[in-house]
Design a binder for this molecule. Structure first.
Ligand code: BG6
Length: 474
């Protein structure tokens, strides 16, 4: 189906997964800099108190985009990309997070990158916080459970809006802020909120307080952007994962619905400007004391998002708990969906779920939507200098076909599609290089060894044709 002529076809990355150069240009240490790679036996990334000699920290080298961006942008241009999503590493602008004067070298780096993108006809789309907050804010301030971070983040956001408002129109505040709904997994608490639990601390309560502080910071950033330049569009960003009930049994339906309400309350606050009643009741029932001031409530009401950025990779399926409890636990309450295959990393592949989720998002929040991530992590095999990644093309084709139905048939107001990712990068959840997403292959292994050479995969040529045909040559 033919997509609108102004539809933004593009690709997405995050700074910490591509840049490398972790100590260049005055950059400070971020949470990504102290994460080692996960392994097949221990699926969580180990986090150290400081960078320890001899340990493997894959984000230290990324794919060295910091030094290669000009050449890589040429490959994006030849691909036909109309937009490129990247994040600004907070630690390049405010190395520790608590400074009051920004680091000029960091600003100059992004300025040149955004100018290079624009000069090549590519619209930059920027996330402010994508799993890479300054580590000092974790260690010395306790992460987002501390309200002092609100002002620090708003200072960072304001600096970026002021400096880049002419080059960058679309912004997002916090990447996949809803991942921490899975607060039982430490990794999400750290990546989303910089939380390292204290002995005896209630993880769920800490997560709600940190989330509230982030939501206030996000709303304040929206208000700051409007003052600086009314053209700016500032969105929230959520990982959208439909949570289907396994059967038509009303208890399964109710359980799955509450799981969806729980995972997406961040979107309610971003878009509707207030907390849902069920959640306020839940806090009370649990005895949680979440500090939400009257001034906060006013900021949330006024600083609603201009659009919603979403990522989509998979769907979940669940059924009511046998013990009658309503809490959905991503580690114990997922069941197999017999209709769907899985990736090598166990992610359930569900293209129709993307159309379903786009409709659901629009019906619930009534905001323009941008797909800012969708892609397939797989092992690639290099054969005679070529990568025949039909499996990636199949994944993208099936998802884009459903996206097109959502736009053309269902009338979803969709601004663009940023596939994840135009180029191989370090996986966020595992730190692997072997879990490849790119249309462009990077000759580098999990230990950072390799020539770093870029090679075009079959999927590159497929996406190139698709963009040129405005989505008709699937
Ligand atoms: C999203 C993140 O969770 O999914 C990205 O925003 C991440 O940073 C992507 O890379 C794919 O996940 P992973 O863990 O396979 O890299």
């Amino acid at each position: 189906m033919k997509m609108p002529s102004d539809f933004l076809w593009g690709g997405a990355v995050a700074a910490h997964q591509v840049e490398g150069a972790w100590q260049e240009g005055g950059k400070g240490v971020s949470i990504a800099d102290v994460m080692q790679a996960a392994s097949r036996t221990d699926p969580a990334r180990i986090v150290t108190d400081k960078v320890e000699p001899g340990k493997v920290y894959p984000n230290h080298w990324g794919i060295d985009f910091y030094h290669h961006y000009k050449d890589d942008i040429q490959l994006f241009k030849q691909l036909g990309m109309k937009a490129f999503r990247i994040s600004i590493a907070w630690t390049r602008i405010y190395p520790n997070g608590d400074e009051t004067t920004p680091n000029e070298a960091g600003l100059a780096y992004y300025e040149d990158m955004f100018n290079t993108l624009r000069a090549n006809g590519i619209e930059p789309i920027v996330t402010l916080s994508h799993f890479e907050m300054p580590y000092k804010l974790v260690q010395e301030y306790g992460g987002w459970r501390n309200r002092e971070l609100i002002d620090m983040f708003v200072r960072f956001a304001t600096t970026c809006f002021q400096r880049f408002h002419k080059q960058v129109r679309y912004w997002m505040t916090f990447n996949e802020i809803d991942n921490q709904s899975d607060w039982r997994f430490d990794h999400h608490l750290l990546q989303d909120s910089g939380l390292q639990l204290k002995p005896g601390e209630n993880a769920e309560e800490a997560m709600f307080q940190a989330s509230h502080n982030e939501l206030v910071a996000s709303a304040k950033a929206v208000l700051a952007a409007r003052k600086i330049d009314p053209q700016l569009q500032v969105g929230g960003m959520l990982a959208m994962v439909p949570i289907y009930p396994l059967t038509a049994k009303p208890e399964d339906q109710m359980f799955a619905m509450r799981a969806m309400q729980y995972r997406y309350f961040w979107g309610d606050v971003h878009c509707l400007g207030q907390y849902p009643a069920w959640l306020r009741n839940y806090w009370q029932e649990k005895g949680y004391n979440i500090k939400v001031t009257a001034a906060d409530a006013d900021i949330l009401r006024r600083g609603t998002a201009d659009f919603m950025g979403i990522s989509y990779y998979m769907s979940f399926t669940t059924e009511a708990r046998k013990d009658g409890k309503v809490e959905f636990d991503e580690h114990n309450n997922l069941v197999n969906n017999p209709y769907l295959p899985k990736s090598d990393w166990g992610w359930q592949i569900d293209p129709v779920g993307l159309r379903w989720m786009l409709n659901w998002t629009q019906d619930r929040w009534h905001k323009p939507i941008m797909i800012v991530e969708n892609g397939f992590g797989a092992y690639d095999k290099l054969e005679d200098g070529k990568i025949h990644d039909d499996y990636r093309i199949d994944y993208l084709r099936a998802h884009i076909a459903e996206m097109e139905k959502a736009v053309v048939i269902d009338g979803v107001d969709l601004i663009g599609y940023m596939m994840w990712s135009p180029i191989d990068l370090i996986s966020a959840s595992t730190g692997e290089m072997a879990k490849r997403y790119g249309l462009i292959y990077v000759d580098q292994d999990d230990k950072g060894q390799g020539s770093g050479k870029r090679l075009l995969k079959d999927s590159y040529f497929w996406y190139q044709k698709l963009i040129a045909s405005r989505g008709t040559e699937l």
